[in-house]
Design a protein around this ligand. Structure first.
Ligand code: B12
Length: 291
C-alpha cells in the first residue's frame, strides 16, 4: 500500500510499485487514457496519487479477469481522490470474493444464498457488480458446464439469482427511451438485463423485450414507442440475425443509436448505421447520453 509522493511518480516507478512492466504502464496510457495528469514544464510527466490509484485499480481488475477495456472504464471513473486506493481495493476484493461465493453457492445448488449474495453485490452499483462479480461467476460456471454437463443446474440457479437481483433495482418513473432486445433465436438476456438495471440506477428507463425477439416484432416496437436507442444482443454467431438489424434500420422514427452487442456479431460485417458497444460500462455511458 504505497502512496505516490507529492512530486509524483515516473512511469518506471509506477511499474515497479505495481509489479508490472513499464511497457504495460505506457500501453494503458496510450490505449486507455490512464496516463499521468501532471505536466511540469521541462520535466517528464508524473503520475500523482489519483493517477496511481487508477492504475492500481486497473491492475486489480485485470488480475481478476475483467477485460482490459472494461477495467479501464471502471478505473477512469474512480472518484473520491481522498481515499482512492482503500475504496478501489475494497470494491475489487469484494467483487472477487462475491464471485467465488456465488460460484460455490451455485455448485451447492443453494438458491437462497445465491439470491442474498446477488442482492448484496448490487449495493455498490450495477456496473461494478456485473464487471467484478456476476460476469466472472457466470463465465466460470459456463466454462465448467461446457466441460461437464452436470453443471447445468448450477448455471440455471446462478442466472436466475442474477436476473432476479437485477430486476430488483428500482425503475425510475421516466418515459422509456431505450429499447433492449435479444436476437430472434437468442436466450442469453442477462447482459441486457444488467444494462436495464444500470440505466435505471442513472434515472433512465428502458423497455426490455427480452429473449428471442423476431425482426418484425422489433420493427413494430420501434414504430410504436420511438426509442432514441435500440440495443440488440447476440451471444453467438449462430443467433446474430442481419434481418433484425435491417428491421431496426428501416423502422421509423429512426433511433439515434442502433447498437449490435455481444460476442455473436462480427463488427466488420455490420451495416452502416449500426455500432458496437464493447461492454456494460460503455453501453451505459453511450445510451445514457442520448435524450
Ligand atoms: C447464463 C447462460 C445461459 C442461460 C441464459 C440465461 C439468461 N437469461 O441470459 C441459459 C441457460 C438460458 C443458456 C442457454 C444456452 N446456452 Co448459455 N450460457 C450462459 C453463461 C453461463 C452466461 C451468459 C452471460 O450472461 N454472459 C455475459 C458475460 C459473462 O459474457 P462475456 O461474453 O464474457 O462478456 C463479454 C462481452 O460480451 C462483453 N459484455 C459483457 N456484458 C455486457 C453487457 C453489455 C450491455 C455489453 C454491450 C457488452 C457486455 O464484455 C465481456 C468481455 O468482453 C455463458 C457463459 C459465458 N462465458 O458467457 C453460457 C454460454 C454463452 N452458453 C452457451 C450455450 C452453448 C448455450 C445453449 C446453446 C446450451 C444448450 N445446448 O441448450 C443454450 C441456448 C442458447 C441460445 N439459443 O441462445 C455457450 C455459447 C458457446 C457459443 N459461443 O456458441 C456458453 C459460452 C457456455 C459454454 N462455455 O459453452 N445459457
Amino acid at each position: 500500500m504505497t502512496q505516490a509522493p507529492d512530486t509524483g511518480l515516473s512511469a518506471g516507478e509506477v511499474a515497479r510499485r505495481l509489479g508490472i512492466a513499464v511497457t504495460t504502464v505506457r500501453t494503458w496510457d496510450r490505449r486507455y487514457g490512464l496516463g499521468p495528469s501532471r505536466r511540469d514544464p521541462g520535466r517528464h510527466r508524473r503520475y500523482d496519487q489519483r493517477d496511481f490509484a487508477r492504475l492500481e485499480l486497473m491492475r486489480q481488475l485485470t488480475v481478476h479477469g475483467v477485460a482490459p477495456a472494461e477495467a479501464a472504464r471502471v478505473a477512469r471513473d474512480l472518484r473520491d481522490p481522498g481515499e482512492p486506493r482503500a475504496g478501489a481495493e475494497h470494491a475489487v476484493a469484494a467483487g472477487a470474493y462475491t464471485a467465488a461465493s456465488l460460484r460455490r453457492a451455485a455448485y451447492a445448488l443453494d438458491p437462497a444464498t445465491l439470491q442474498r449474495l446477488a442482492r448484496q453485490a448490487l449495493t455498490g452499483g450495477v456496473v461494478p457488480a456485473w464487471a467484478t462479480a456476476f460476469a466472472p461467476a457466470l463465465r466460470e460456471v459456463g466454462r465448467r458446464y461446457s466441460t461437464l454437463g452436470r453443471y447445468i443446474a448450477a448455471e440455471h440457479l446462478l442466472s436466475a439469482a442474477v436476473s432476479a437481483a437485477l430486476a430488483g433495482v428500482r425503475r425510475p418513473p421516466a418515459r422509456p427511451s431505450v429499447l433492449l432486445a435479444c436476437a430472434p433465436a437468442e436466450l442469453h438476456s442477462l447482459p441486457l438485463e444488467a444494462l436495464a438495471a444500470a440505466l435505471a440506477e442513472r434515472g433512465r428507463a428502458s423497455r426490455m423485450l427480452g429473449a428471442r425477439v423476431p425482426a418484425d416484432v422489433l420493427g413494430d416496437a420501434i414504430a410504436r414507442t420511438g426509442p432514441s436507442a435500440v440495443v440488440l444482443w447476440a451471444h453467438a454467431a449462430s443467433t446474430a440475425d442481419p434481418g433484425q438489424l435491417a428491421a431496426a434500420l428501416s423502422a421509423r422514427p429512426r433511433p439515434a443509436l442502433i447498437a449490435a452487442c455481444g460476442p455473436g456479431w462480427a463488427p466488420q460485417n455490420l451495416p452502416g448505421g449500426v455500432r458496437t458497444l464493447a461492454d456494460l460500462a460503455e453501453a451505459v455511458t453511450v445510451t445514457a447520453r442520448l435524450p
